[in-house]
Structures are given as structure tokens and as C-alpha cells.
Design a protein around this ligand. Structure first.
Ligand SMILES: [Zn+2]
Length: 452
């Protein structure tokens, strides 16, 4: 008998953790941290439905922290099985987990965890990350492998971030598909998601299942940059170091080639992590579309580009005069160097802050994009006087159009469980699958166990 327990990302968009029990052998699909409000972050401390040392393996769909960030904690708690992922995901996971360990340590040392409840407390350090990485076994897309005896898995392209995959499991004569995070069709850097094929069960994310993304994100970015240049101040883009920064850099390079006022704009990337991710695009050329304008190590062809790697180089940006653009992590302003730039510029009427993706409840980015008049940062209360721009069109998640297209590639009528979304979007995905495709479908909730 096979059972599936939704231990995370059910009713929330973070903390992805799906526990399978196949004939008494237990393994997770993804093992992520909960991020967001204090209440959601507190779920990281809730006991798992299984002892860590009873877990035999973890299949990781992609490198994001909300899918991988609990792994070093699981290892610290006694897990010593194998971690399966694609080769680019293994490389990305090293970067993401190194950063998480570093950030947790920094927040703890500086006592900032109370100010930014969206950042999880210190669960692990770099040694735990090193122990985790020694458990990793990577398999390319399309290559079947045994997760535990009797369960075979294959990764297929999900088009969400470099290396991202959906996992198709063959167990007890059934094909069970976990979407991981689903990307979008027609992106500049990544290939379209692979077809689903046949599935008896489909566990699918639903982050943006109830809304369409604006189509013209590149034009909207151009307009925001032109308006920012007009105001003459500093522009700050809090960008997720993984994928979004690369999408943004490529978009800026393309805009610069068409728009002379933007081609002269100094662009500063202040994120050593994003620079490490840029390198992956060179290391794994087959994992993304050919880059049209330049090599990834040339910042995707961005002109007037400067990279701030050291703390001193980052601090030197405090003396920058506008107009100039700083791209810095993290994307939801929940930590990282971008906090210093927001501290410098939020109260400046000539400055522009451009958000480029999903802002979880409880994050600084959420408050700012939802009209906060003032925010608390590094012990100061700052009035928000800068122009705030929200460009959700750069999202790496499928929207309702992408889900419709991806579901059409399923050759059977599976049982659908909608996960990884606020309740309204998970319910919307299930309702769509029922009404338009005739599938059995429901939104999963945390702690629910179903028989496969
Ligand atoms: Zn993701």
C-alpha cells in the first residue's frame, strides 16, 4: 500500500515536503523551509510525521530554499539517506544552502530575527550543509533511477529555474507525478515545461493558479526605468538571486540595446550569490536556451555593468549618485544586502524601488508593495517616500494560462491534489481541473494523508 502525507506547502506556498510511504519505506518529495509570517515560519518547529532517521531518501525537484532548505536540519536530526536531484539542481542547492546557513548565522549574531520574522532562526550551519551535499546523487532529465526498492523516478523539465524538474514516480503499478514548481511557457532563458504524459495522481503547485500574469513585463520594466531616470535618483530592484536576477539582467540587456537613455544607465549587481548562479548558466549550457546577447559571465550583455562582490564594494554603493540601478537580493527584502539599499533609499522621494516577483505575507516586500506608509528597518522607522513599482510579470511560476496548457499535455484523467498555494489559488486549481477536465481534484491541507 502507498500513502502520501502533505507535510508542508499545503495551504501555504512554502515548506514543500510531501512524505511517501510505499510498503513501509518512507521518503520525501522536496524538503523545504517554511518562510513568510511568524506563524508560518513557526511551522518549521512542528514535528514531522516521521522521525528523520526513518526517512530513506529525498527527491528534490529544484534548488529553491522552500524546497531544499529543511534538508540540513533533517540531516542534523538524523537523516542519512540519499538526496536525488538533477545535476544543475545539485550545484544550485549548494549555493542556496550555503547562503541560508550564512544568513541564519548573520541574523542570529545581529539579533535581527525579531525584526524580520520571515527569516527562519538558526537551524544549521555550513558543516550541516556539507554533510547534506555528500548525500546528493544527481540524475539528468529523462534518466530513471530507484528512489527506494520498488519506486522508480524520472525527472522531466519543469521550466521554473535552472535544473528544475517535475518528478514522475512509478510505484505499485501507478504513475504519480509531482510538479515541483511549474515554470512558464515562452520564457527567454528556460525551455517550456515537458508534457506530463500519463498520470494516475498529479500533485501540483498552485501559486498563481487563480490569476494571469501581465504579458508585457519587459515593457513595464523599461517604463519603470525611464521614469526612474527622469526622477534622477537611485533605483533598487530587490531580485531573487536564483533565476529572477538572470531574467532581469537579460531583460535589461535587451532594453539597453533598444533604448539609448537606458543604455547609459549604470547597473550594479550587489549579490555574490546571484553571481554564483550566473556562473551555473555557463556550467550547464544545455539546461537553458542559448543566450542571445552575450555569455552569462558578462552579465548577460548588460552595458555599464559593475559587480559588487566584497562588503567594501557593496558599501561603496552608498555613495552612488543617480540615476543608477542597483540589483540586489533578496527578492522579498527578507534579508541580504538589499536591506541596506532599502534603508538608504526608501525615504528618498527621488528613488525608485522595483519589485519583480511574489511577495510572501510577512516579508518587508509584502508590506512595501501593499502600501505601507512607513517600515521598520535596522531599528529605524523609515517613511516610504520612494516610488514603489510592482512588476509581477517576471514571476517564474506558471499562471492560469500556463496551467491550462500544461494540464492539456496529460493523456489521462489523474486524481489532482493542489498544493503550494494560498488556499484560494489551490481551490481555484482544483475547481478548474474538475469543471473543465473532469478530473477528481482537491486542495490538500497540511497533515492530510491519502492512499494512492
Ligand atoms: Zn521554486
Amino acid at each position: 500500500m502507498a500513502e502520501l502525507t502533505f507535510a508542508g506547502a499545503a495551504g501555504t506556498v512554502t515548506g514543500s515536503k510531501h512524505l511517501l510511504n510505499v510498503g513501509g519505506r518512507r521518503f520525501f518529495i522536496d524538503c523545504g523551509l517554511f518562510q513568510g509570517t511568524r506563524n508560518v515560519v513557526a511551522l518549521n518547529d512542528a514535528p514531522l510525521p516521521v522521525e528523520a532517521d526513518d526517512v530513506e531518501a529525498v527527491v528534490v525537484t529544484h534548488g529553491h530554499l522552500d524546497h531544499t532548505g529543511y534538508l540540513p536540519k533533517l540531516v542534523r536530526d538524523g537523516f542519512s539517506g540519499m538526496v536525488f536531484c538533477t545535476p544543475p539542481t545539485a550545484a544550485l542547492m549548494q549555493i542556496v544552502l550555503d547562503d541560508a546557513a550564512h544568513l541564519q548565522e548573520e541574523m542570529l549574531q545581529r539579533g535581527l530575527e525579531h525584526e524580520h520574522p520571515s527569516t527562519p532562526p538558526s537551524y544549521y550551519d555550513e558543516r550541516d550543509v556539507a554533510r547534506t551535499m555528500r548525500l546528493v546523487r544527481s540524475f539528468p532529465l529523462g534518466t530513471a533511477f530507484d528512489v527506494v526498492p520498488g519506486v522508480r523516478a524520472t525527472f522531466h523539465n519543469a521550466g521554473h529555474v535552472i535544473g528544475s524538474a517535475f518528478a514522475a514516480l512509478e510505484l505499485e503499478g501507478k504513475r504519480v507525478v509531482f510538479s515541483g514548481d511549474l515554470g512558464r511557457y515562452g520564457r527567454a532563458l528556460l525551455y517550456d515545461p515537458d508534457p506530463i504524459g500519463a498520470a494516475d495522481v498529479l500533485v501540483c503547485e498552485s501559486t498563481y493558479a487563480n490569476r494571469p500574469h501581465p504579458a508585457d513585463s519587459s515593457d513595464a520594466l523599461r517604463d519603470a526605468l525611464l521614469a526612474g531616470i527622469e526622477r534622477g535618483g537611485i533605483m533598487v530592484i530587490p531580485a531573487f538571486a536564483v533565476e529572477r536576477t538572470q531574467d532581469i539582467l537579460l531583460a535589461i540587456a535587451q532594453i539597453q540595446s533598444r533604448e539609448s537613455r537606458i543604455s547609459r544607465l549604470p547597473v550594479h549587481l550587489d549579490s555574490p550569490m546571484a553571481e554564483r548562479v550566473n556562473d551555473l548558466f555557463e556550467k550547464f549550457p544545455k539546461a537553458h536556451k542559448p543566450i542571445p546577447c552575450a555569455r552569462a559571465s558578462d552579465a548577460f550583455g548588460v552595458r555599464n555593468f559593475t559587480l559588487a562582490l566584497t562588503t567594501e564594494e557593496s558599501k561603496a554603493l552608498n555613495r552612488l549618485t543617480g540615476p543608477a540601478l542597483i540589483v540586489s537580493a533578496s527578492g522579498m527584502a527578507s534579508g541580504g544586502r538589499v536591506l541596506h539599499h532599502l534603508h538608504n533609499h526608501l525615504a528618498q522621494p527621488s528613488s525608485t524601488i522595483i519589485f519583480v516577483g511574489y511577495q510572501s505575507r510577512g516579508t518587508l516586500g509584502f508590506f512595501i508593495t501593499h502600501g505601507a506608509r512607513s517600515v521598520r528597518l535596522f531599528g529605524d522607522v523609515l517613511p516610504v517616500r520612494a516610488t514603489i513599482v510592482d512588476l509581477p510579470g517576471f514571476s517564474g511560476h506558471a499562471d492560469e494560462t500556463d496551467f491550462t496548457r500544461w494540464f492539456a499535455t496529460c493523456t489521462t484523467k489523474p486524481q489532482l491534489y493542489a498544493v503550494h498555494g494560498e488556499p484560494a489559488s489551490a481551490l481555484a486549481l482544483a475547481a478548474f481541473a474538475k469543471a473543465h477536465l473532469g478530473w477528481n481534484a482537491m486542495a490538500a491541507h497540511r497533515g492530510m494523508t491519502v492512499t494512492l
